[in-house]
Design a protein around this ligand. Structure first.
Ligand code: KG4
Ligand code: ZN
Length: 338
């Protein structure tokens, strides 16, 4: 039928999310953020799974209500199978299975990383869909990946981080500077007011298209320790410049790898996703890349970049059209690959 309603469910990390999609358009996109982790300066897996357990039914109910449909109108349930935190994935997986079983409709397993990429194919006014083949760079608190996308379900990871994710580089730098968690948005705000060339941090040397961010974090730590020894007020007096310099270094690393990926593959269509794609510096650098390197760049609507269930629903929709369904004995997988 051409009247397809898909429920998407996402619970891979610390956000409990549900979304209803109708023929590729989003009718609702509900996310319950777990504030509890802010106190700890990072996601605490045990607390995350408990919060998912509490949030999942209300979030799904809200998504259905906002979409103005009942659960009996759904054609399939799509859920995040992985990658992510096992305790978190189990909540969404078990709930999705039970609901699909109860309603006697197909169950569709979704790879979270494919979700970030295929979010570009949600029908949304004012947003263009990238043509195949394109390069997708997913940058968030949990992931840093460059993927060559030849078709919806024909994609190859050509580069990824060998240690920390880029969002962690922002968040851990922020922690060193005494900023709250997550620090990315605050660093972005301050970077706009500072001099990006005030302080120089060496970029890590990593072969090919892979990334490394743990060395940068250590370099920043030693730099700050050293400077505050000489001047205890160093951070307060230079905070905007420090933030601008850190952000400049991180963006330089990302753009260098994108340039190399584009050169190696000959692909000039570049799509980004993940929470860090909100960063104003990376957005500007991509725009500059359009002028400098002839790229065409794609940034999805903000609500589809951070972890959300709309991106799970669009993958569900595409798989539904292909008749790609999961068995009821499908298991969540913390390290699921693209
Ligand atoms: O996708 P997301 O909401 O959650 C996952 O990690 O999956 O991404 C959150 C990450 C955090 O590390 C946060 O600091 C970073 O995205 N972030 C930013 C900005 N907004 C969010 N980093 C830099 N600049 C921003 N404007
Ligand atoms: Zn994610």
């Amino acid at each position: 039928s051409q009247n397809i309603y898909i429920l998407g469910i996402e619970s891979s990390c610390d956000d409990t999310a549900a979304s209803v999609m109708h023929n590729g358009r989003i009718l609702s996109n509900i996310v319950a953020n777990q504030k509890i982790h802010e106190e700890y300066g990072g996601v605490v897996p045990e607390l995350a799974s408990r919060a998912h357990q509490q949030n999942i039914v209300p979030v799904v109910a809200q998504a259905l209500k906002k979409a103005n449909i009942t659960k009996d109108q759904l054609h399939a349930i799509a859920f995040t199978r992985g990658p992510g935190l096992m305790g978190s994935l189990l909540v969404g997986t078990s709930f999705a299975k039970s609901l699909a079983y109860g309603l006697d409709i197909p169950l569709i397993d979704v790879n979270h990383m494919q979700g970030h990429i295929l979010a570009h194919f949600i029908d949304e006014d004012g947003f263009e869909k990238p043509p195949f083949p394109f390069l997708a760079m997913t940058i968030s608190g949990g992931h840093t990946q460059i993927v060559m996308v030849d078709n919806y379900f024909d994609m190859t990871v050509i580069g990824e981080t060998i240690d920390d994710a880029v969002g962690e580089a922002f968040d851990k730098s922020g922690k060193i500077l005494g900023l709250g968690y997550p620090a990315g948005p605050e660093i972005d705000k301050r970077a706009k007011l500072g001099n990006p060339k005030a302080f120089k941090f060496t970029k890590p040397k990593v072969d090919g298209l892979n990334f490394s961010f743990s060395g940068l974090k250590t370099a920043i730590l030693y730099f700050i320790q050293n400077e505050t020894k000489a001047n205890p007020n160093f951070i307060e007096e230079n905070l905007n410049d420090i933030c601008a310099s850190i952000q400049y270094t991180i963006i330089g690393i990302l753009i260098d790898k994108l340039k190399l990926a584009s050169k190696q593959t000959g692909i000039k269509h570049i799509a980004i996703g993940g929470g860090v794609s909100a960063n104003s510096g990376i957005r500007q650098a991509l725009k500059d890349g359009e002028q400098k390197f002839g790229w065409t760049t794609y940034v999805p609507k903000f609500e589809f970049t951070t972890d959300n269930a709309a991106m799970i629903a669009i993958v569900g929709h595409l798989k539904y059209l292909d008749g790609e369904f999961a068995e009821q004995n499908v298991a969540a997988s913390a390290r699921l690959k693209i």
